[in-house]
Ligand binder design. Structure first.
Ligand SMILES: C[S@@+](CC[C@H](N)C(=O)[O-])C[C@H]1O[C@@H](n2cnc3c(N)ncnc32)[C@H](O)[C@@H]1O
Length: 223
């Protein structure tokens, strides 16, 4: 019986090409209008020299950081997306799934000033992965997570649990993706249990939108 986690990663293998087209054509309006800028500013605000982009996808954030002379290393579980990131100019991109990263089975470097995850933490058991990322941070380093805002996507069911994204309204061929919904307090608890303390929280929102487009958290290792 496949686990939701394995179906999740398989969905990215199926959806990789459609995802690359969607991101690179600017088809995802909330990204263009709000969330790309939000994570970029949150990362740049920490003035990092060396950044790890966890679940980097096709690598748009790696390129945006490299353009600003920041050393940007990516890691993603899908080989097609990693190939696309490399082909677009990012030289340091690893293929590894989160399970292997949580168990430190893959060497993706260390001493990062900042580790970011942009809409990339979609599975249930994020605590071991976050704890492993904590160990890769340089002194004074931070974790920046941007994710779906739980209050915007709860759809009347504000409880942790698996949901399904069908990609209805997206152009192209998509396979449904299981993803794990977590409440605001669940995010907070996961960070705490992985050895972080929440240092900042933003709710990026377009002025013409009644709801925030994302939740953005900055976390620092507890001393
Ligand atoms: C919504 S995309 C976000 C990609 C990128 N961060 C961006 O902003 O465009 C989610 C990413 O998480 C990666 N991912 C999901 N589950 C994973 C896992 N178990 N191991 C490694 N990568 C995973 C997918 O391959 C995909 O690239």
């Amino acid at each position: 019986m496949p686990t939701p986690e394995s179906v999740l990663l398989q969905s990215w293998q199926h959806n990789a090409q459609s995802w690359i087209e969607a991101v690179r054509s600017g088809a995802l309006e909330s990204r263009i209008k709000v969330t790309d800028q939000a994570i970029l500013l949150a990362v740049l605000g920490r003035q990092p020299k060396r950044v790890l982009d966890l679940g980097c996808g096709e690598g748009w954030l790696l390129r945006a950081l490299a353009e600003r002379a920041i050393e940007a290393v990516g890691v993603d579980g899908d080989a097609t997306l990693v190939d696309a990131a490399r082909a677009a100019g990012s030289s340091q991109v690893h293929v590894a799934n989160y399970e292997a990263l949580a168990q430190a089975k893959v060497d993706i470097g260390r001493d990062y000033d900042l580790i970011c995850a942009n809409f990339a933490l979609l599975h249930q058991d994020i605590i071991p992965l976050l704890a492993a990322m904590n160990a890769l941070l340089a002194p004074g380093g931070a974790l920046v997570i941007q994710t779906l805002h739980p209050w915007s996507v709860a759809a009347g069911n504000y409880q942790d649990g698996w949901r399904e994204e069908t990609f209805a309204g997206f152009q192209g061929q998509w396979q449904p993706m299981p993803w794990y919904f977590r409440t605001l307090s669940s995010w907070f608890n996961a960070l705490e249990m992985a050895g972080f303390r929440l240092a900042g929280l933003q709710e990026p929102q377009h002025p013409q939108s009644p709801v925030p487009q994302s939740l953005l958290m900055v976390a620092e290792p507890r001393g």
